[in-house]
Design a protein around this ligand. Structure first.
Ligand SMILES: Cc1cc2nc3c(=O)[nH]c(=O)nc-3n(C[C@H](O)[C@H](O)[C@H](O)COP(=O)(O)OP(=O)(O)OC[C@H]3O[C@@H](n4cnc5c(N)ncnc54)[C@H](O)[C@@H]3O)c2cc1C
Length: 383
């Protein structure tokens, strides 16, 4: 077993880092406080081969592996935490699931604009009464001629105020096998967005409403029985959340380390106090342990989707580790770390969300327990 990156991977890592340092470092604080999706960064990444890293070259992607996208998201986050969301959007999120299952017609219609950074895609899965229990979703797709009439609503969709198209989970009929997905764009009659609200991380989201929208058959991504395929794609999205959690933790760690090397109290540098040193040792252990879990899931996925077992373990660990590291980094920096002039404060707020988003930590642990005991535990009341 070799724990080292290949020369090619190191070269790629360095080139992403250098691009991020040249273009993203200067405005990283301002970007972190902008509630909207950084479309300018998407255009920059498109020009530099960082959109669609995991998509086939024949589809306009870079033909890379999941691990390449992980290296890219880390290097961007270590310079500009907010810009890492664009790598998420371009290589891990609904775009990745879309590219896997889309028909040639659908790719033709949307893919090049998505990869050029001209339009943004959102994922509508969560509903007011279907969060962790996502299979309770009630957004209905009822056959109408060649297409479907879709009615329902979605909440908490990332980038919803900015997104132009949405991958929407729908129910064609009762039961798990009744779930699939359609592609909607904001121009469809009956599509509307609610008032914007903000997550704790400062980003805006808005409810999505579907009032008897006609969705032509060409816009069906997955028909009935598509749920398992969608969740397989969603595991790639989870790896992006995992990677960003750990990387924003490491970003905060780096800032706090510099602070501890220079800030003096009681006539000594902070790093000379053992109480501070041990915080850094704990942070470092979490970064390195988390990275092994993250890289295992990504490397084993190769060019496909990661396994749900390895993804759940990596996500549960790194989401908590990333948040704990940000929290400790903030503690080391005192009032400076708690102020909005410091990106550590942003990383703290940002990393909190991933313990909820993309399958909460509790849901990841439920999944892990099923592997441990080799049986399925229904979360629903006995019938
Ligand atoms: C920053 C952010 C971005 C998001 N982006 C998107 C997006 O792009 N698209 C989208 O569709 N959704 C998105 N979401 C929504 C997210 O997927 C849901 O918030 C999540 O699935 C949890 O659902 P819920 O909020 O309804 O909480 P609930 O499901 O009501 O859960 C509440 C609490 O109970 C716990 N819980 C529930 N069931 C169990 C159980 N069986 N065992 C143990 N504990 C349990 C949960 O872990 C949680 O702590 C986002 C959320 C956040 C915070």
């Amino acid at each position: 077993m070799d724990f080292n990156l290949s020369e090619e991977q190191i070269t790629f890592q360095n080139s992403v880092r250098s691009l991020a340092e040249r273009h993203l470092s200067k405005d990283s604080l301002q970007r972190a406080h902008d509630p909207l999706f950084p479309k300018d960064v998407a255009k920059l990444f498109a020009k530099n081969g960082l959109m669609g890293i995991t998509l086939h070259e024949k589809d306009g992607g870079q033909g890379g592996k999941l691990m390449d996208a992980v290296l890219a998201i880390e290097q961007v986050a270590l310079v500009c935490p907010r810009s890492a969301d664009v790598i998420q959007s371009g290589s891990f999120g609904p775009l990745r699931t879309f590219a896997e299952y889309a028909t040639e017609f659908q790719k033709e219609k949307y893919l090049s604009q998505l990869l050029n950074g001209e339009i943004v895609i959102g994922l509508g899965m969560t509903e007011p009464n279907a969060g962790s229990a996502v299979t309770d979703l009630t957004t209905k797709a009822v056959k109408d001629g060649d297409g479907f009439r879709v009615s329902g609503s979605k909440v908490f969709t990332s980038n919803s105020p900015d997104a132009d198209i949405f991958l929407i989970y729908v129910r064609y009929h009762e039961g798990l096998n009744g779930i699939g997905s359609v592609l909607m764009d904001t121009s469809m009659e009956g599509f509307s967005k609610g008032k914007s609200s903000k997550y704790t991380n400062g980003e805006e989201w808005c409810a999505l409403y579907f009032d008897n929208i006609y969705v032509p058959k060409e816009n069906v991504l997955l028909g009935p029985g598509g749920f398992k395929k969608q969740i397989a794609g969603f595991n790639a999205e989870r790896i992006g959340n995992t990677a960003r959690s750990l990387a924003v933790g490491e970003f905060a760690y780096n800032v706090a380390r510099e602070y501890a090397l220079t800030r003096e109290q009681f006539g000594r540098k902070l790093c000379e106090f053992q109480g501070i040193q041990w915080k850094f040792s704990d942070m470092k252990i979490k970064i390195e342990a988390g990275r092994l879990l993250l890289y295992r899931a990504a490397i084993n996925a190769d060019t496909g989707f990661p396994s749900s077992k390895e993804t759940s373990i990596a996500k549960a660990f790194c989401n908590k580790a990333g948040f704990d590291i940000c929290n400790e980094a903030m503690q080391v920096m005192g009032g400076t770390g708690y102020s909005q002039e410091s990106l550590v404060e942003y990383c703290f707020r940002k990393s909190r969300g991933w313990q909820i988003a993309g399958g909460s930590t509790e849901m990841m642990k439920n999944r892990i327990a099923e592997d441990i005991f080799e049986r399925r535990f229904s979360q629903r009341p006995n019938k």
